[in-house]
Design a protein around this ligand. Structure first.
Ligand SMILES: NCc1cc(CSc2ccccc2)c2nc(N)[nH]c(=O)c2c1
Ligand SMILES: [Zn+2]
Length: 373
């Protein structure tokens, strides 16, 4: 019995989009899915009850951050991340490699792992495949990610090749170190930068290891969207049809559509809560920067076509006032709306796949959001 079971329910008639159902120890996830990120064991400012009200099925947390604060030993003593943060639905944790590269300077990669400085205290730390898996086992997430290197963009071909081959060797060490494969599903992460042949090599090497699910890493790292979509178009067909496909750290509404159309099942992004903090909202009529003076006397809802708690009860003028005064309640209201917006968009994408009308839905969405086609 492995920790998860993925049902491929159907493939959309006109695209590579799929409808799936992912069974995990903490519940079932309908795919395609958008997963809110709760780096420090909280989706910033939102309670578990609010996340459930919004319709969040799974949330993400972060090995690197929780290792530093409060320490994975404390989370383990609390009974694991689900108990610690009072979230009884599925959780996924990243392995920490990416965060080391994006948060810490003075880092050194060796075959053993990565040496770096704690971005808070400056102390020297070392993260290896074994250490990352030890932390993820202690945190107890339903899906855990292998320890990988997300190469910088751009990077030369030889670096990309050496890096992906080391990531494969690290993946093998993760499998060997994993203590509870029947309770926590370990996903491999395909790398290879923007080079299609290296993407193929990484996929082939990792498929040999027979992970229960696979992620596409190393994208949305500064490359043009056309290149990301081209690499994705090439890579997803190399991935098993009967296993979940997760595109890491993506993305904005158009990236979600383009990824779903190319066969991705799972997405995560800090965007909705990050932009909420400066008063930027994604709405059915495009981006609304609610802190702008334009909305000072706008007593309508943030989004006229939204039924979230924020849009049912508060006006743009009131939310603008709170954000301008740095009132936490303002950030809570914009966060509730933004997370609800992406979760609901994915619900509508799932329905559109069921009815083989995904491209029609995409065009209608792009039209009203203001994306150029
Ligand atoms: N889109 C860039 C990106 C983002 C993340 C972070 S995704 C995340 C963030 C917080 C919590 C859970 C997952 C990545 N993580 C790993 N392990 N490898 C990557 O190549 C990579 C690329
Ligand atoms: Zn709303």
């Amino acid at each position: 019995m492995t920790a998860i079971r993925f049902e491929l329910l159907k493939t959309e008639k006109h695209t590579g989009a799929r409808r799936g159902r992912l069974h995990t120890p903490h519940g079932v996830i309908e795919t395609p899915i958008f997963m809110p990120v709760g780096t420090l064991a909280t989706v910033k400012t939102l309670s578990p009850e609010e996340l459930k009200e919004i319709g969040a099925q799974i949330i993400l947390s972060n090995t690197y951050h929780l290792w530093l604060r409060p320490g994975h030993d404390i989370v383990k003593e609390a009974g694991g991340l689900h108990k610690f943060m009072n979230w009884d639905r599925p959780i996924l944790t990243d392995s920490g490699g990416f965060q080391v590269f994006s948060l810490s300077d003075l880092r050194k990669i060796t075959e053993e792992g990565v040496q770096f400085r704690n971005h808070l205290s400056g102390e020297k730390l070392f993260l290896s495949p074994e250490k990352a898996i030890e932390i993820e086992n202690d945190l107890g997430a339903d899906i855990i990610m292998a320890f990988d290197e997300c190469p910088p963009y751009p990077a030369d071909r030889q670096y990309l090749k050496d890096s992906l081959e080391r990531t494969t060797r690290w993946a093998k060490r993760c499998i060997a170190a994993h203590q509870r494969p029947d309770e926590q599903a370990l996903f491999g992460i395909i790398q290879g930068g923007m080079d299609k042949e290296l993407r193929r090599q990484s996929a082939e090497e990792l498929l040999e290891l027979d992970f229960p699910g696979y992620a596409v890493g190393g994208l949305s790292v500064g490359e043009p969207k056309e290149i990301m979509n081209e690499v994705l178009e090439f890579t997803t067909p190399l991935m098993p049809k009967n296993k979940p496909r997760y595109l890491m750290g993506v993305g904005s509404p158009d990236d979600l559509f383009e990824g779903v159309i190319r066969g991705i099942d799972m997405f995560d992004c800090v965007l909705p809560t990050r932009i909420a903090r400066n008063g930027t909202c994604m709405t059915s009529v495009g981006k609304v920067v609610v802190r702008n003076a334009t909305y000072a006397r706008d007593f309508g809802p943030l989004d006229p076509n939204c039924d979230c708690y924020t849009c049912k009860n508060y006006s743009r003028a009131y939310i603008r006032h709170l954000i301008k005064c740095d009132e936490v309640f303002g950030i809570r209201l914009t966060s509730i709306h933004n997370v609800h917006f992406l979760v609901t968009m994915m619900e509508n994408i799932r329905k559109a796949i069921d009815e083989d009308r995904l491209l029609e839905y995409k065009h209608a969405f792009y039209e009203s959001y203001g994306y150029n086609m």
